[in-house]
Design a protein around this ligand. Structure first.
Ligand SMILES: [Ca+2]
Length: 178
C-alpha cells in the first residue's frame, strides 16, 4: 500500500524545503525519475526493496561495496521497514530529518505551485504537438501557401513551449521530453 506516489513524495519534500533546496529541484526530479524507472510498479510504486535500493544508490552515487550499500540503506531507512522510500532518500541526501520535514508548512508555496502548473501545461502542449506533428510534417512537405502556413503554425507552437519553459525554472527537461 502506498500513501504517497513518488511524485507526491518529491512535491512534499520540495514544499517543505523550497527555500533551502529550490536550486536542487532538478536533482530531486532526477531521483524521482530514477525511483520510477527501477520500480516494477512504476508510477504506482512508492518505495524500493533492498535489491533495487542498492541498484538506485549505485547509479546515483559512487560505487560502493555490498557492505557499504547495506550500511547506507540502514542509515536512510528511518522507518526500519528494510525498504527505501523516495522521501527517506531525499531526507538523507539533503541532510534533513523527519521532524524537520514534518514541522514545515505544506501547500503554501506559491512559487512551487506555479512551477507545477507550468510543467503540466508544457506536458499538455507536448502531447498536442506530438499528435499534430505527423500531420503537420506531411502537409509541410508540399509546396505553396498551405505548406508555409503549416510550418509557421508548428513554429509558433514551439515558441509557446519555450516561453513556458522560461517561466518554469525548476522543470526538469529530462522529465519533460521523455
Ligand atoms: Ca523505509
Amino acid at each position: 500500500m502506498c500513501e504517497r506516489s513518488y511524485v507526491q513524495q518529491a512535491q512534499f519534500f520540495l514544499n517543505a524545503f523550497w527555500l533551502e533546496h529550490k536550486g536542487q529541484a532538478e536533482e530531486v526530479w532526477e531521483a524521482t525519475q530514477g525511483f520510477k524507472d527501477l520500480d516494477l510498479k512504476g508510477d504506482a510504486g512508492c518505495r524500493l526493496d533492498e535489491f533495487y535500493s542498492h541498484k538506485f544508490l549505485e547509479s546515483f552515487g559512487e560505487t560502493m561495496t555490498v557492505i557499504e550499500l547495506r550500511k547506507k540503506l540502514r542509515e536512510i531507512d528511518v522507518n526500519l521497514d528494510g525498504q527505501m522510500s523516495l522521501i527517506e532518500y531525499l531526507i538523507n541526501k539533503f541532510n534533513r530529518s523527519v521532524p524537520d520535514l514534518m514541522s514545515r508548512p505544506q501547500g503554501t508555496n506559491e512559487e512551487l505551485a506555479k512551477a507545477q502548473l507550468a510543467l503540466e501545461e508544457v506536458q499538455k502542449q507536448i502531447k498536442h504537438i506530438e499528435s499534430e506533428k505527423a500531420r503537420l510534417e506531411a502537409e509541410s512537405k508540399g509546396t505553396g501557401v498551405k505548406a508555409k502556413t503549416v510550418s509557421l503554425e508548428f513554429f509558433s507552437e514551439l515558441m509557446f513551449i519555450f516561453r513556458l519553459l522560461e517561466n518554469c525554472s525548476s522543470c526538469s527537461t529530462r522529465i519533460l521530453w521523455r
